[in-house]
Design a protein around this ligand. Structure first.
Ligand SMILES: Cc1ncc(C[n+]2csc(CCOP(=O)(O)OP(=O)(O)O)c2C)c(N)n1
Ligand code: SF4
Length: 534
């Protein structure tokens, strides 16, 4: 069989294609974006007519994937960790409805917050939903888990969660691929009420979910991803979860570890294997990238023995991602000396590209706000969040997608005038539209600036669902057409932008200002692509 050199994210995509998937649903977010992009550009996926268009947000993606599973087909939904917060309602309930066709929920966590607001650990969500969780330690396992994941889901008739982290998602390795499976035929659930979560039915379904927990645990116990490696030195045993197993082994160049190691790749915890290592060893060090998910389960409330080591007792820092050196230090190994970073590799803080349209709107907004005072601009998540940094210093919040508009609303309700929201076009359709409706409903005096660069720039320029329909959406939601103002963010229109902003900021109602100019990066890319075609 063929071998491919793939990123961890791509390995999951390839595994899902080969595993008989009929569609992927996703909203972009680092470090998960490459999964869907790989499927969108894959020849086999297009020949097999797999669905791979972006969804409006993670919740719609989760629900669409569940709908595909309802129809008997295998589906995958992908997102970054904070996306699972958005999809949580559908995600938790999907464990209760159960599935028909196999359903894989792939979530990419970002410990150390390389490009995220937090470093939450999605394994908690998997446990919360009471479903099996798979966590690969390398790219081959990422492929295998996606390939086999649909069968695991179909075996228990519930979704499964695959959790990866940034380093695995964004590093490459050779992958041995397997024979491609046929897609499932269209079938309906045997029980026509399976997906009806009316309380009387939901209670039954929940009891069913509880009833299979022992079998799910048993599956973990027997899983080939949970392996106990014996070791001679029992002074310490090591539980290594997912990629942490790789970091551990990097400390043993010949890959022979003297200590017993329990390599974990499937949850719930395989209790007898965990029990064995705890009983056998004097101390147990838990290595996990993310929160102390396993460690907390082992350190029961009453346990004061201090036998379990990890993030909770300070053996490893409570926050931040792991690496081989951190793991080595926790094992009292001398720190390895790496190659010093050459001076030319300077630490460059991120900044808005030169020529970016967000720059022009911030120049106009900053000038206008001089008249109205400081700390009244609520922002959102996108390239424009860089407006928080010098030289712009233009925004005062960035919490979660869509929060700019609703926070501006709350501040306006509290008496802040003017209350301004800055949001991008993709974030607006992701979760700003309902927020705008809240403002319209009460005619709250807020000015919403939708900085429309006609793409989802922050995550690499994916299509934006708002393109070509932004004004219509705003008017459709109830904003008065005369208070939907479209601007061209270019230096030559600076004075006009200031004038329009001033007018709308003094309006005691809902107004929307749309500065529209395409992202410089997507313009450059499409020019290059059309040149290449000639
Ligand atoms: C819930 C959630 N999903 C996805 C992301 C990743 N993400 C950050 S900003 C962004 C969209 C940015 O697009 P847009 O609002 O149009 O602004 P632009 O970057 O184009 O300026 C995405 C997908 C996130 N931070 N949170
Ligand atoms: S990628 Fe596009 S939106 Fe982002 S800073 Fe650069 S030009 Fe601006």
């Amino acid at each position: 069989m063929q071998k491919l050199l793939l990123l961890g994210a791509e390995a999951i995509a390839q595994g899902a294609i080969d595993g008989g998937m009929s569609g992927v649903y996703a909203y972009p977010g680092t470090p998960s974006t490459e999964i869907t992009e790989y499927i969108q550009n894959n020849k086999t996926a297009s020949e097999r007519k797999l669905h791979s268009q972006w969804s409006t947000n993670e919740k719609t993606a989760m629900e669409a994937a569940l709908g595909m599973s309802y129809a008997g087909k295998r589906a995958m939904v992908c997102m970054k960790h904070v996306g699972l917060n958005v999809a949580a309602d559908a995600f938790i309930n999907s464990a209760i409805t159960g599935v028909n066709g196999g359903l894989i929920v792939t979530v990419a966590d970002d410990p150390s917050m390389h490009s995220s607001q937090n470093e939450q650990d999605s394994r908690f969500f998997g446990k919360f939903a009471m479903i099996p969780i798979l966590e690969p330690s390398n790219q081959q396992e990422a492929y295998d888990m996606a390939y086999e994941g649909f069968e695991l889901s179909e075996k228990f008739k519930i979704p499964i969660l695959i959790r990866i982290t940034t380093r695995l998602s964004h590093s490459r390795a050779g992958i041995q691929i397997k024979e491609i499976k046929e897609q499932n035929p269209l079938t309906y659930p045997k029980d026509p009420l399976q997906f009806v979560l009316l309380p009387s039915n939901a209670r039954k379904r929940y009891k069913g979910l509880l009833a299979i927990q022992d079998s799910i645990e048993d599956d973990s116990e027997k899983s080939k991803y949970n392996i106990y490696y014996a070791g001679k030195d029992l002074s310490i045993g090591i539980i290594a979860c997912g990629i942490a197993y790789n970091y551990l082994m990097e400390n043993f160049p010949d890959r022979i570890c003297l200590y017993p190691v329990l390599k974990l790749g499937q949850y719930p915890l395989p209790y007898s294997k965990v029990e064995k290592i705890i009983n056998e060893c004097k101390k147990v060090l838990v290595l996990e990238d993310g929160y102390p998910f396993v460690e907390e389960q082992l350190k029961s409330f009453m346990d004061k023995s201090g036998k379990i080591k990890g993030r909770l007792d300070g053996s490893i820092s409570r926050d931040g991602e792991l690496n081989p050196d951190i793991v080595g230090k926790a094992l009292d190994k001398p720190a390895k000396k790496g190659i010093p970073i050459p001076k030319i590799v300077a630490n460059r803080p991120p900044e808005l590209c030169s020529g970016c349209s967000h720059r022009d709107i911030y120049l106009a907004l900053n000038e206008t706000m001089k008249e109205f005072g400081k700390q009244k601009v609520f922002s959102d998540i996108g390239c424009y969040t860089l407006g928080a940094l010098p030289p712009w210093n233009a925004i005062n919040s960035c919490v979660d997608m869509g929060a700019s508009i609703t926070m501006a609303k709350g501040a306006a309700d509290a008496g802040v005038r003017p209350a301004v929201a800055v949001i991008g076009d993709s974030t607006f359709t992701h979760s700003g539209m309902t927020a705008l409706l809240d403002c319209v409903y009460e005619n709250t005096p807020v000015t919403v600036i939708i900085s429309d660069n006609s793409t989802t720039a922050m995550t690499g320029g994916q299509a934006s669902h708002a393109t070509g329909r932004l004004e219509e959406i705003c008017v459709g939601l109830g904003v008065k057409p005369e208070h939907v103002r479209v601007l061209t963010p270019l230096p030559k229109y600076h004075d006009e932008m200031v004038k329009v902003l001033r007018e709308e900021l003094t309006y005691e109602g809902v107004s929307v200002v749309i500065p529209r100019r395409e992202c410089i990066q997507t313009v450059t890319r499409s020019k290059k692509e059309s040149k290449a075609k000639v």
